[in-house]
Design a protein around this ligand. Structure first.
Ligand SMILES: [Zn+2]
Length: 292
């Protein structure tokens, strides 16, 4: 009888574990760290035909979606997105939100991701989004800095808005920190590759006050990992630097994410026929994301 009881409780436990754990992992990212020197593509390394060598130039440290911009690491001229558009001339991209300024600029790519996100928010019943600020040229940032002062604005070259990868989104009804739109963004932006760049509990790391309106594009799977690990960009880039290489599983896709410090004449190995992205960190190296 006792044995049966034990057996039954074991079965119940296993069922509960199945029921409870499974939904938690859905929609979430699983992260594995490679043991030092273990390399998933090492199996292929003897077969050079399966590997492509990519040369990395110094400029690549300053290009991509993962650039860190803060008081220590300013925007380089080559970092500014080259696909900046004026949203007021692209009605097809301004659906489900209003522009507060007819001079609202953003990277075209990022504008697409943003409108995809807002369309889903609309389906969830959110209808009061406002686009308050996007890309700012260095001249515009200078004017803003002079107008707002150093407490409320960053000097030119030190704002993510100078990249074209960040934007401010508000609510037409109330302050973003109280608005349902703000709550939705906090909960869901990561699914679209965006992160809330200056959260309330990370001001000691970012050095910037809580900004519930400022979102920054980093792309997937990075935004999912940052959400899972509760990292801001400073922490995420430090983490990659420390781990050197991680494997992330997200929505049935696997990604290998590696950090490489820059050196002269450097090349990196990419498995042939795999999609990949290379982004600088704006500090000292590049992050390579390979779709496995
Ligand atoms: Zn902002």
């Amino acid at each position: 009888m006792k044995k049966w009881g034990l057996f039954l409780s074991l079965i119940v436990c296993l069922c509960l574990t199945y029921v409870y754990i499974l939904p938690i992992f859905q929609d979430k990212v699983e992260i594995q760290q490679y043991e030092s020197n273990e390399n998933k593509i090492s199996d292929d390394q003897g077969k050079t035909e399966n590997i492509v060598q990519k040369e990395i130039t110094k400029e690549q440290i300053y290009q991509g979606n993962l650039l860190l911009v803060n008081s220590e690491y300013p925007v380089h001229e080559g970092s500014v997105r080259t696909d900046i558009i004026n949203l007021s001339e692209h009605n097809e991209l301004v659906q489900g939100y209003v522009l507060l300024d007819s001079e609202s600029y953003l990277s075209r790519d990022i504008a697409h991701k943003f409108s995809e996100m807002i369309a889903d928010a609309e389906n969830d019943g959110l209808h009061h989004f406002a686009f308050t600020s996007g890309f700012r040229s260095f001249e515009k940032q200078q004017a803003l800095y002079e107008e707002m002062g150093s407490v409320r604005a960053l000097p030119p070259g030190y704002s993510e808005h100078n990249l074209g990868l960040a934007l401010d989104v508000g609510s037409t009804q109330m302050q973003m920190k109280d608005a349902p739109e703000g709550k939705w963004i906090r909960k869901n932006a990561w699914k679209y590759g965006f992160v809330l760049r200056y959260p309330e509990d990370k001001t000691d790391i970012t050095g910037i006050q809580y900004e519930p309106w400022h979102i920054r594009y980093v792309g997937l799977p990075h935004s999912a990992i940052m959400k899972e690990k509760d990292f801001v960009l400073e922490e995420y880039l430090d983490y990659l630097k420390e781990k050197k290489k991680i494997l992330a599983k997200f929505e049935d896709e696997e990604y290998t994410i590696s950090y490489y410090p820059f050196s002269e004449n450097m090349t990196i190995s990419i498995p042939k026929d795999h999609e990949y992205e290379i982004s600088g960190n704006n500090m000292d190296g590049v992050i390579v994301t390979i779709y496995e």
